[in-house]
Design a protein around this ligand. Structure first.
Ligand code: SF4
Ligand code: MG
Length: 323
């Protein structure tokens, strides 16, 4: 997905032109087959919007979405069906995502039926059972006739994952899939996703506000701030060797990671995330950045290489002012 800087705008979901907000801007992301890419950011960073653009839940007014060599940017309606088959989205709130009046069987079978992927009740039953098992629900048949309210939060999220898996996608976009679950369940759900990547060579775009969760699951991490990617690199580099002051602040705010780092912490961040409707001039992080200089208030820093497969958008990139 590619959104040229200062160009692309996203139309508001409800189509009120006056409400246009530039939710993502200058974002250029590639997810490879078999790769887990985490997109990390606070609320308002635009990370969910990236997921919604990729899954075609919102239509951007600029930029480009390419999937497997095909430009999907303006594909709509029935022509989208094959794409809906190949790209699935999992949301944070499994309870919201599941129709309370539908059985687990009907929920998981929905995509298979509407996309006509297999025919005949027997084949659909097999596909549903296989998907529930792959999502980590043992004895899948026992869940067929049950309803969402009869399940635990962890089981419901597994049902959501099973629904996505049932259509055998090549890419899953997962928006905060574990953030509403108990800590004890989180690792199990993450393991399900990691196993799927290994077994099916599936790509996963994993959206989270939680840097340690991103590190635990992803090959690469992209850090977003106010609609831009400020740093991208391997999960280890972003977590243990961040170059952008914002990523450093995220790392320092993580009690488990901090003691593992042999570097001084930066002073804390100033203030709150500004509104996406009022993007600061220059480096959009400057009002909160403890290292901001005059130049940062005027000019937007380009994304530059700071190491192998590691890029950052900061005027201090390449200097050793922070580590
Ligand atoms: Fe901070 Fe300036 Fe770097 Fe932006 S460009 S992150 S304000 S030092
Ligand atoms: Mg969100």
């Amino acid at each position: 997905v590619h959104f040229p800087g200062r160009g692309g705008m996203l139309s508001n979901l409800f189509g009120r032109p006056a409400a246009h907000v530039r939710a993502i801007d200058g974002v250029d992301l590639t997810v490879r087959r078999g790769e887990i890419l985490a997109v990390v950011g606070e609320s308002g960073s635009g990370k969910s919007t990236v997921g919604r653009v990729i899954t075609k839940l919102v239509q951007p007014t600029g930029g480009k979405l390419v999937f497997d060599g095909r430009d999907m940017t303006s594909v709509e309606g029935l022509a989208l069906r094959p794409y809906r088959h190949r790209v699935q989205m999992i949301f944070q709130d499994a309870y919201q995502a599941l129709n309370p009046r539908h059985t687990i069987f009907d929920i998981v079978a929905e995509g298979v039926r509407s996309l006509h992927l297999v025919s005949g009740h027997e084949a659909i039953m097999q596909r549903v059972a296989k998907s529930l098992a792959a999502a980590g629900l043992n004895a899948p048949q026992d869940f067929f006739a049950r309803f969402p309210h009869e399940l635990s939060g962890g089981q419901r999220q597994r049902v959501v994952i099973a629904g996505a898996l049932a259509v055998e996608p090549e890419l899953i976009v997962a928006d905060e899939p574990v953030s509403m679950l108990d800590v004890s369940i989180r690792a199990q759900i993450l393991q399900v996703l990691i196993d799927l990547r290994t077994q099916r060579n599936m790509a996963l775009l994993f959206i989270t506000h939680d840097l340690p969760v991103a590190w635990s699951i992803a090959d690469r991490i992209a850090v977003m701030y106010l609609g831009r990617i400020v740093e991208i690199g391997s999960a280890d580099d972003i977590t243990f060797n961040p170059k952008h002051p914002y990523t450093v602040a995220l790392r320092d705010a993580t009690p488990k990671v901090r003691p593992m780092i042999n570097a001084d912490p930066l002073p804390g961040l100033n203030g709150e995330v500004p509104s996406a409707a009022r993007i600061p001039t220059g480096c959009r992080f400057h009002p909160r950045c403890p290292l901001a200089m005059d130049r940062c208030r005027q000019e937007e820093p380009p994304v530059v290489d700071v190491g192998p497969h590691h890029q950052s958008a900061c005027w201090l990139a390449g200097t050793s002012q922070h580590s």
